[in-house]
Ligand binder design. Structure first.
Ligand code: HEM
Length: 256
């Protein structure tokens, strides 16, 4: 099974768990039991495949969480069972994904346009508790305005990210410097210490309206975990394709 396709569906599994725990209502047509009759072993098979894929390559989990974000912001095509694939790819829409150099107001606007509020946005950004970024995405931050950057943090990151464009653009640094492989709330603790890697991370804690949410999550991992799960479900419900609207792709990465 294609590991990308399979991890997508682990979200479904997680979501089903959340839904059954929290009694959250799911929209008509999408259902956690969609494959119960046609493919009863789907979730178990998927869960095993995901575990294997992530144990082979740890970063796979980060790739796939990010993929969920990009899919949902561009042309939604996964999560809850019953969702169908887009018939096209859309370069223009893909280019409109949030960028690392955005300020808080424009990030809030972009998420709001997708029906996601500030709390959703902060919780979802918490997925930067795992995964890595290329130097090209955080260079401006570590060489730029130092008032919202911890000096030691910036100097550590500069060692593997040269100042001049074109040099070491692809060099990687962890988005969460403390526990880069654990899905925990250290991302928020880093922000409070002005150690967010991307500008779009640090603006969430820079004297603006989201400071209080960052502080809350930095002190309360459980609150972060449950808000994150709910926001992932909400993001997966952005303009879903169901029924005759959309297709089931034969090759996951290419429109039929
Ligand atoms: C708030 C707006 C966001 C911006 C501006 C942003 C930007 C970025 C950038 C620039 C990178 C590094 C990419 C690279 O160097 O190749 C990254 C990585 C990542 N992003 Fe975001 N992101 C945002 C929100 C999200 C959300 C909502 C999610 C998921 C729910 C997410 C999940 C991830 C993950 C898991 C990685 C690590 C991927 C890897 O290790 O390859 N991001 N993001």
């Amino acid at each position: 099974m294609d590991p990308h396709r399979s991890l997508r569906t682990i979200f479904v599994f997680v979501i089903i768990l959340i839904l059954s725990l929290n009694n959250i209502e799911i929209k008509a047509q999408l259902s956690p039991t969609f494959y119960d009759t046609t493919c009863p072993n789907a979730l178990t098979t998927i869960r095993t495949s995901i575990r294997t894929a992530v144990s082979r390559q740890r970063r796979m989990a980060a790739f796939l969480i990010r993929l969920h974000f990009h899919d949902c912001f561009v042309q939604v095509r996964f999560i809850c069972l019953g969702r169908r694939d887009s018939t096209t790819a859309n370069r223009v829409l893909a280019d409109s994904l949030p960028r690392a150099d955005q300020d808080l107001a424009s990030l809030i606007r972009d998420f709001d346009a997708k029906g996601l509020n500030e709390r959703d946005m902060v919780a979802l950004s918490g997925s930067h508790t795992i995964g890595q970024s290329r130097c090209v995405a955080f260079r401006a931050r570590i060489y730029g305005n130092v008032t919202n950057t911890d000096a030691n943090f910036a100097s550590t990151r500069r060692r593997n990210c040269p100042e001049n464009r074109g040099n070491g653009d692809g060099n990687l640094a962890p988005l969460d410097l403390v526990t880069p492989n654990s899905f925990d709330n250290n991302y928020f603790r880093n922000l409070v210490q002005r150690r967010g890697l991307l500008q779009s991370d640090q603006v969430l804690f820079n004297g603006g309206s989201t400071d209080s949410i960052v502080l809350e999550y930095s002190n309360n991992h459980r609150r972060f975990a449950s808000d994150f799960a709910a926001a992932m479900v909400k993001m997966g419900e952005i303009e879903p394709r169901t029924g005759a609207n959309g297709v089931i792709r034969t090759t996951c990465s290419v429109a039929n």
